[in-house]
Ligand binder design. Structure first.
Ligand code: 6PG
Length: 228
């Protein structure tokens, strides 16, 4: 097997089953946080099919005390809360309901990015940020060429949209400075449709996901994503 090339930040782990590896990693991180300090565990979650599968698997982990977990959104589509496209609906269906409830899910309200930014700023750090990878290399709702990706300064939450129109809906998203507040950022990349974007990132292309920096970054990738 060719030597695994490393992403621009963090470490890449090829795994057989991305949702299973994700659940194990979150449970380990949760336990480590509990031994580090009392209090709540903060987690920023994503949307998408990979995220849904990851949360459904994670919800089966009985080692996590969900009553001490605060969920925040990494990004949101600006649609009603119960719209099938809403990430908050995906998270409620795949994680909040199956676990019997979390301490708090703080949804994004698209008409007030500054309020969400203040919420994130008050956290100071986020224990775990979960990110997906789009076929175009986007992550959260930071799309190639989007203003939210290129925003100067330290804004933590911005309105966003995909200038190509390929990814629908007006959005709201954590920015790179907000993602950098993650003690651990976990990318989940599953299936051959992600091979192109992953190869471009490993080849050094400046795609949005390649710009993510944080204390620790781990890419969980299955064989389909690695080999196409
Ligand atoms: C969104 C997501 C987005 C997603 C990736 C991967 O709101 O669409 O946050 O960043 O994580 O597009 O989605 P899939 O796993 O469905 O390919």
């Amino acid at each position: 097997m060719s030597k695994l090339r490393e992403p621009p930040s963090g470490e890449l782990r090829e795994v057989r089953d991305v949702p299973e590896a994700f659940a194990e990693l979150v449970a380990t991180e949760f336990l480590a946080a509990r031994t580090r300090r009392e209090g709540r565990f903060s987690m920023a979650v994503s949307g998408g099919d990979t995220a849904r599968a990851c949360y459904e698997r994670l919800a089966m982990d009985s080692s996590i005390d969900w009553s001490s977990v605060d969920l925040f959104l990494g990004d949101e589509r600006c649609v009603p809360a119960d719209d099938v496209a809403a990430n908050q609906r995906l998270v409620r269906e795949s994680l909040v309901v199956p676990t019997g409830g979390v301490a708090r899910l703080t949804p994004m309200c698209c008409d007030d990015p500054a309020a969400y930014a203040a919420t994130i700023a008050r956290l100071g750090e986020i224990d775990l940020v979960h990110l997906g990878l789009g076929p175009d290399g986007h992550t959260a709702s930071l799309f190639p060429g989007s203003a939210a990706l290129e925003a100067p300064g330290e804004a933590l939450v911005l309105a966003s949209e995909d200038p190509t129109g390929r990814n629908p809906y007006p959005r709201m998203t954590l920015t790179l400075p907000a993602i950098a507040l993650g003690r651990l950022v976990v990318f989940t990349v599953a299936g051959p449709t992600k091979h192109g974007a992953l190869e471009r990132i490993l080849g050094g292309e400046d795609l949005p996901a390649a710009r993510v920096r944080a204390a620790r970054v781990i890419w969980l990738c299955d064989r389909g994503a690695m080999q196409g």
